[in-house]
Write a protein that binds this ligand. Structure first.
Ligand SMILES: *Cc1c(COP(=O)(O)O)cnc(C)c1O
Length: 353
């Protein structure tokens, strides 16, 4: 029996605030500052994000990713449009209809694709399938980087998708709740997987990367970002003490903390995946970022849960989603693996017999 099993692998948002984000908040907590984004922290964070993407983009800070995605898509679509997105995408499965609500009726059209990535051919096929007035017009494509199953879109795959986007004159949205983890894997400049490959709007995640709260919407296509501050305000997403949403970004984006956090999470995931495989557990999706989809038997799942481990089943990929974060330690990985060993090995041997 392990000593303190729990929720550390249930999500990357079970971890707390990383020290750099925290100390930036503390530093911002001095004296008075102008509200609603007129403060110097918001200006600094915005400048750092522009530097990061090496382009003059518009940046808006929101409290969470659901709002970022929903409002970004609303800025791209009219009510009679539709947005193509992967069938397992967060906008489809985990936002309680937020995108449709904020878009005033825009339909989500689901695109299949292996390992959580939309298939570029399917995007073209679906975008071109109905162009008559009786069906909502295909207007935008939303993809997730890294994906909901922990894979990443590399440059070649993005080129293919960009082609379909251009062919059908779609706007291109990227849900980057775990953008840092994708960059840590791909090891390319952020511009290479965003505006240089046609991405118009990126929702950049801060929470899972080590902040207390906060994602932001980055408009590379600045026309789409016009009047976006009104959308944020109307949706209850304009922070009056904006400096505390912005300061942690300064902490994360200084000295590459954001990518170091993500590299750590990814390395932990790959270590855990290897350990599980050595125990004979099948891994159901390629481990390319900080997520592992383990295919435990129902007996194994029950046994781990009985010990006290908490994890979610997700999208029908494997049976347990295990997430690593900036905070995951070797000791926690070893503890989970030891518990797995105590229940998995006998079962795996029994299966082999
Ligand atoms: C976590 C997550 C979000 C944002 O979720 P919130 O809980 O609203 O912050 C968006 N997209 C993906 C893929 C996520 O994993």
């Amino acid at each position: 029996m392990s000593i303190e099993p729990g929720c550390q692998f249930a999500s990357d948002n079970t971890a707390g605030i990383c020290p750099e984000a925290f100390s930036a908040m503390t530093e911002a907590n001095q004296g008075f500052a102008k509200p609603y984004g007129e403060d110097s922290w918001t200006k600094r964070a915005t400048a750092l994000i522009r530097d990061l993407f090496e382009v003059d983009c518009d940046v808006f800070f929101t409290f969470n990713g659901t709002a970022a995605n929903s409002l970004a898509l609303a800025a791209m679509c009219q009510s009679y449009h539709c947005v193509l997105a992967h069938e397992h995408s967060h906008v489809e499965t985990d936002e309680c209809g937020g995108p449709e609500f904020f878009c005033n009726g825009t339909k989500l059209l689901l695109v299949p694709g292996a390992d959580g990535r939309v298939d570029a051919e399917k995007v073209a096929e679906i975008a071109g399938s109905r162009t008559d007035v009786h069906f909502p017009k295909a207007k935008a494509l939303s993809i997730t980087q890294s994906t909901e199953v922990g894979t990443v879109y590399d440059l070649d795959v993005l080129d293919g998708i960009h082609e379909s986007v251009q062919r059908f004159d779609l706007s291109f949205h990227m849900d980057g709740a775990r953008f840092a983890n994708a960059i840590a894997t791909l090891d390319v400049a952020p511009k290479e997987v965003t505006w240089k490959r046609g991405v118009d709007v990126l929702c950049l995640g801060g929470t899972k990367n080590g902040m207390a709260v906060g994602d932001c919407v980055v408009f590379f296509n600045r026309d789409l970002g016009k009047e976006f501050e009104y959308r944020c305000k109307q949706a209850g997403q304009l922070a009056s003490k904006m400096r505390f949403l912005a300061a942690p970004w300064v902490g994360l984006l200084t000295d590459d903390v954001w990518v170091r956090n993500a590299r750590h999470a990814n390395a932990m995931a790959s270590k855990l995946a290897q350990g599980l495989q050595q125990l004979g557990v099948r891994i159901a999706a390629p481990v390319e970022s900080n997520a592992i989809f383990a295919d435990f038997t129902s007996e194994q799942t029950n046994a781990l849960r009985e010990i006290g481990w908490i994890f979610y089943e997700f999208s029908g990929v494997g049976t347990a989603r295990l997430m690593c974060s900036w905070k995951t330690t070797d000791a926690e990985i070893e503890r989970l693996l030891a518990d797995c060993e105590s229940i998995v090995t006998p079962l795996a041997q029994a299966q082999d017999d």
